[in-house]
Design a protein around this ligand. Structure first.
Ligand code: PAF
Length: 291
């Protein structure tokens, strides 16, 4: 596997891939890879001749410096995983390489971000679309792979690709879960032992919301939210950041019978904020995004 840390070298590598007429799948990550990332890589390998992964902890998308500092990093470990998984190239730039000077252009995401993580992490999605625009321009992938755990990110990337005419196919990949249902996340390592034990209740709370929808054809949004909130209040010590039920991928609270929906939760523990969701059709059946 090639490890490339300079944009110009990455572009040369990509040029040689394109010259050979090979298809290119891309998995952007912030490193500290887990089974969730490996599922994205596996999917990318199935459908492309060449697979590129980026490992870059993007400072622009962190609105709290403590969160940026606490974000786990271990490139050697990542490099081993990527080599074993048969990735062709990893792009591992420094912050200076990606942001050599103050940006003159700011991106502003005006839809799909006033709810869920967007409302509690101002500037987060602006940082995400900025780095992804740069990465998409450098890597020029045919297909990109994103985890459904970050469903709002999937919705925003869908808008980015569409609005800015990137010739890229977006593939959301199912959330990978621990045996007890906890969605895999690089942040899980920051949980205390007791937080880790009770964190499985996050998924259970979503299943309670889904159960209510499945059993009530005329279900109401506020009831879904209340059922999940009540369950979390009883079963976790974490502080609920949000519980919501919205249309997907538009993320509106005005839910039409024809729309798919997302039920989503975010919880603060001492050193980690965890998110999880289910994407369902209107009758409550899993649409995609959870195994
Ligand atoms: O999901 C992530 O890890 C990040 O938001 C991404 C897409 C790599 C952009 O920095």
């Amino acid at each position: 596997m090639k490890v490339i840390d300079k944009i110009v070298e990455m572009k040369q590598f990509i040029y040689s891939v394109k010259e050979k007429g090979q298809s290119l799948g891309f998995v952007p990550t912030m490193g500290y890879l887990h089974e969730g990332h490996r599922a994205l890589i596996k999917e990318a390998k199935k459908h492309n001749d060449v697979v590129a992964v980026s490992v870059f902890v993007n400072p622009l998308q962190f609105n709290q410096s403590s969160d940026l500092e606490q974000y786990p990093r271990d490139f050697l470990r990542d490099e081993n995983i990527l080599t074993n998984d048969g990735v062709d190239v990893v792009f591992y730039p420094s912050v200076d390489e990606m942001y050599p000077n103050e940006l003159s252009i700011e991106m502003n995401v005006v839809k799909r971000t006033n709810v869920l993580c967007g409302s509690s992490r101002p500037g987060h999605f602006e940082g995400v679309v900025t780095v992804l625009t740069k990465l998409f321009n450098i890597v020029q992938p045919d297909q990109v792979y994103f985890g459904s755990k970050d469903a709002q990110q999937v919705a925003v990337v869908d808008a980015l690709i569409h609005d800015l005419n990137f010739d890229i196919r977006l593939n959301p990949v199912s959330t990978v879960r621990e045996k007890d249902g906890l969605a895999l996340s690089s942040r899980n390592v920051n949980l205390t032992t007791s937080e880790r034990t009770e964190a499985s209740e996050i998924f259970q709370s979503l299943l309670k919301g889904q159960e209510y929808i499945l059993n009530n054809p005329n279900w109401e949004r506020h009831q879904v939210i209340e059922i999940i909130k009540n369950y979390l209040d009883e079963h976790t010590t974490g502080k609920v950041d949000y519980v919501d039920c919205l249309s997907f991928p538009n993320l509106l609270d005005d839910i039409d019978k024809n729309h798919d929906i997302i039920i989503a939760v975010a919880i603060y523990y001492q050193k980690a904020r965890l998110i999880d969701n289910l994407i369902l059709n209107h009758n409550g059946f899993i649409k995609y995004g959870s195994e």
